[in-house]
Design a protein around this ligand. Structure first.
Ligand code: DX5
Ligand code: ZN
Length: 219
C-alpha cells in the first residue's frame, strides 16, 4: 500500500465542541477518526463510551477506527459494530483467546486490529498475522494523550513490516502515540501505513493546516 493514512485521535478534541471538531476533521485531509475507549482497568484512565461515540458517528463522514483499551473486549464487539465502527482494535494483552476475538470482530462486519503495548514483542503475532487487518503499535504507554514518543518503535515497525512481507499478509501498520511531523517521515520509511495523531493535531492553532502538513511529510 503506498498511500499513507492520517487518523486524528478524538481524545484530544474539545469535548464541549465535539461536533465542531468532528466537522473540522471531516473538512480536513485526514483519512480516519481514531477513537480511544478506556475503561479505567486496562489503562489508568477513563475516556468516553458508547453515547459519545454514537454522537461522533452521527457527524463523522470518514472511517471510524476504534481502539479499545479495555479488559475482556469480547463483551462489546457487537455493540461497537452496531454503533458504526469500521475497524475494531483490541489489545493483545487483554485477550486470552485472541484468534477467537478476531474472528468475532470480522463476523460482526468490521476490520480486525490488534494493539501492542510498548513492551510487547511483534514476534508474538507470527501465528496470527494473516488474520489481522491492522496492527497498532503503541508508541507510548496507553492511557493518555500528549506523551512523548518511544524511540524503540522504529525497530518494531521494521520487524513487523518484515514479518508482514514474509508471510505475504495485507496487514496495515498503525502507530499510536506521540506522532508529530518530527517522527512521521521516519515511521513511514520504516513501514508504517497509518499515523494516529491526537495532541499534535487538535492542540495546534490551525489543525486543518497541521493535518495537511503531516500528509505532505508522509506521502
Ligand atoms: C493513548 C491513545 C492515543 C492517544 C494519542 O492511549 O491510544 O490514541 O490519543 O495521543 P497523542 O497523539 O497526543 O499522543
Ligand atoms: Zn489510540
Amino acid at each position: 500500500m503506498s498511500e499513507k493514512l492520517i487518523a486524528p485521535s478524538v481524545l484530544a478534541a474539545d469535548f464541549a465542541n465535539l461536533q465542531r471538531d468532528v466537522e473540522m476533521i471531516n473538512n480536513s485531509d485526514a483519512d480516519w477518526f481514531h477513537i480511544d475507549i478506556m475503561d479505567g482497568v486496562f489503562v489508568p484512565n477513563i475516556s468516553f463510551g458508547m453515547p459519545v461515540l454514537r454522537d461522533i458517528v452521527k457527524h463523522a463522514t470518514k472511517t471510524i477506527d476504534v481502539h479499545l483499551m479495555i479488559v475482556d473486549p469480547d463483551r462489546y464487539i457487537q455493540t461497537f459494530a452496531d454503533l458504526g465502527s469500521n475497524i475494531l482494535t483490541v489489545h493483545y494483552e487483554a485477550c486470552t483467546h485472541l484468534h477467537r476475538t478476531l474472528q468475532a470482530i470480522k463476523a460482526a462486519g468490521m476490520k480486525a486490529g490488534v494493539a501492542l503495548n510498548p513492551h510487547t514483542s511483534v514476534q508474538l503475532l507470527e501465528d496470527v498475522i494473516q488474520d489481522l487487518d491492522m496492527v497498532c503499535l503503541m508508541s507510548v504507554n496507553p492511557g493518555f494523550g500528549g506523551q512523548s514518543f518511544i524511540e524503540n518503535t522504529y525497530t518494531k515497525v521494521r520487524d513487523l513490516k518484515e514479518m508482514i512481507t514474509r508471510k505475504n499478509a495485507a496487514t496495515l501498520i498503525e502507530i499510536d502515540g506521540g506522532v508529530t511531523n518530527k517522527n512521521a517521515k521516519q515511521l513511514v520509511d520504516a513501514g508504517a501505513d497509518v499515523l494516529v495523531a491526537g495532541s499534535y493535531v487538535f492542540k495546534a492553532s490551525d489543525p486543518v493546516t497541521t493535518v495537511k502538513e503531516l500528509r505532505a511529510v508522509v506521502n
